[in-house]
Ligand binder design. Structure first.
Ligand code: ARG
Length: 286
């Protein structure tokens, strides 16, 4: 089967599955994505692709734990096609036809493939193809301001309520108090410059005030909030994924950027959902 046939098969549960992603660049900054590193499309799309493995992979997300899709049923795995390259991001289910992610995940991307309802990034659940990719019109790739995007799906997701479920979004202009416990999940690297995880991971991190966060990063805007402590963070490949308040599972943030991962004094930076809520609502109606 050639690449096109394989990709067309993406809605078929018996299909070959999404290409596998491994390794990462792990650079700091706003727009880096984890890239797939197999040689050619045939290799990449083979279900049992041999993954590049690096030593010392004792972390999770970074500093978190294995979780399952039932714990975060709104989480999806996204594979993004940029020419012959593939990148991974996370996302969340807003409704049957729309996936929330980061704008930076969608730059120069032709097509997105979404796996919903699976703990394993390589297998299971349901697979969907994008119909349209939308970045917030105010998204600024230099500053990462308004780092929010929407993937519109060709076919509606089957929401079964246990492995696939729409997330509740933070009300417009609502606040998250510093110290609030945030649950972040994804298949990103389990350490800075480490490997991505095939098993879904999650970690709980406290919100840091924008004032404190501005001591670490210049250019923290009201469309951003920070969360993290040394040793616990999201990391490369988690981008676009959901950050919910742990007490009520309302999505407050979208994984956006950070300097390194889990470094002391450098919390992760998240897009503030409450600040872009009107745009999300307007663009996820159909
Ligand atoms: N920009 C990264 C990505 O594309 C996410 C980085 C999150 N970094 C952090 N330290 N929390 O996957």
């Amino acid at each position: 089967m050639n690449l096109k046939e394989l990709l067309r098969d993406v809605d078929d549960a018996e299909g070959p599955g999404l290409p596998s992603v491994s390794a990462s660049d792990g650079q700091a900054g706003d727009a880096e994505l984890v890239s797939i590193s197999a040689g050619n499309a045939e290799d990449v799309l083979t279900k049992h692709v041999s993954r590049l493995t690096k030593a010392a992979d004792d972390g999770r997300i970074v500093g978190g734990n294995d979780t399952s899709i039932q714990a975060v049923p709104y989480q999806v795995y996204i594979l993004l096609q940029k020419g012959n390259d593939y990148f991974q991001c996370g996302g969340s289910i807003i409704n049957k036809r729309n996936i929330l992610t980061a704008a930076h995940c969608l730059t120069d991307i032709q097509k997105a493939y979404v796996r919903a309802g699976s703990t394993d990034s390589n297998d299971g659940g349901q697979q969907y193809e994008s119909r349209a990719l939308i970045q917030h019109p105010m998204y600024n790739p230099t500053t990462s301001d308004y780092d929010v995007g929407i993937i519109k799906l060709l076919k509606p997701i089957k929401l079964d309520g246990t492995t696939t479920k729409a997330v509740k979004l933070a009300p417009k202009n609502s606040k998250v108090e510093p110290g609030t416990d945030i649950l972040v999940s994804g298949w990103g690297t389990t350490s800075e410059n480490g490997n991505t995880s095939t098993n879904l991971m999650s970690v709980i991190v406290p919100v840091v005030s924008n004032q404190d966060c501005s001591k670490s990063y210049s250019g923290i805007t009201s469309r951003m909030f920070c969360a993290g402590v040394a040793g616990k963070d999201s990391c490369q490949g988690d981008s676009g994924g959901p950050a919910v308040s742990n007490s009520d599972k309302v999505q407050r943030g979208i994984v956006s950027f950070g300097i390194g991962c889990a470094r002391e004094g450098y919390p992760g930076v998240y897009t503030r959902v409450a600040a872009v809520r009107s745009w999300i609502d307007l663009n996820s109606l159909i």
